[in-house]
Design a binder for this molecule. Structure first.
Ligand code: ZN
Length: 228
């Protein structure tokens, strides 16, 4: 019996995954009102299980940039934009976990404290920024792009654990993939709860295929614990 090594296979042009992990049948096409910008750390090279590409391929309005730093939002986005109308999904959590009744997505201040009027804090957000990489990579992106401080700051207040399960050792309980994070944030910001499931569907298929291909092979521990 030949073992298929997903990483050695050619990539599917439709979903960007190695052919044995193709998730094209599960890809949705979502017309998002709130634009998405993903800043991907150059060393985030998890071709098999990475999700930023799957996210951006499903969204009508999404930009994926790979790099370490950009001078401002406009340069990262490739056009003019008002950072005050954009919200960065902060990797850290609030200093203390937000109360569950605040819901799955919370706007916080610079100290990580939930703002008192959440409806007002969410109003007028036109774009969402996500940092893609493991914990330390995402942290590096945060500190190397000080213009992110001009944006509003969101934290997830997850109600469910990540789909990755035991495939990735997450340092924090609230850790979810970039795709899940964006899906949950968009679902909340656009008041379209179904988006969370729709956008996560290819990730479910990806993990099913991945586990089926390597039922007994533990994921090689070649990476540091990652958050996304
Ligand atoms: Zn495919």
């Amino acid at each position: 019996m030949t073992e298929i090594a997903p990483t050695d296979a050619a990539d599917c042009p439709g979903c960007g995954k190695p052919m044995p992990l193709c998730v094209c049948p599960a890809l949705a096409r979502v017309e998002n009102a709130i634009e998405v910008l993903v800043l991907r750390h150059p060393q985030e090279q998890d071709k098999d299980l990475g999700t930023a590409g799957l996210l951006c391929r499903q969204l009508a309005r999404a930009t994926l940039r790979t790099g370490l730093s950009w001078p401002n939002l406009a340069k990262a986005l490739g056009r003019e934009a008002d950072p005050r109308r954009w919200a960065a999904l902060y990797l850290g959590t609030a200093r203390q976990a937000p109360a569950p009744e605040l819901g799955p997505l919370v706007v916080v201040d610079r100290d990580g404290m939930p703002l008192s009027d959440q409806d007002q804090a969410r109003a007028g957000i036109s774009g969402l920024i996500l940092l893609d990489g493991n914990w330390s990579q995402a942290k590096a992106l945060w500190w190397r792009n000080p213009w992110l401080l001009k944006c509003r700051r969101l934290v997830l207040n997850p109600q469910a654990a990540s789909l990755y399960g035991n495939l990735r050792r997450e340092p924090r309980r609230d850790s979810v993939s970039t795709l899940e994070a964006a899906a949950q944030a968009l679902a909340r910001l656009e008041a379209r709860p179904e988006l969370a499931e729709t956008l996560a569907a290819p990730m479910r298929l990806l993990l099913r295929k991945y586990r089926a291909l390597a039922p007994r092979r533990p994921r090689p521990d070649r990476r540091r614990p990652r958050r996304r």
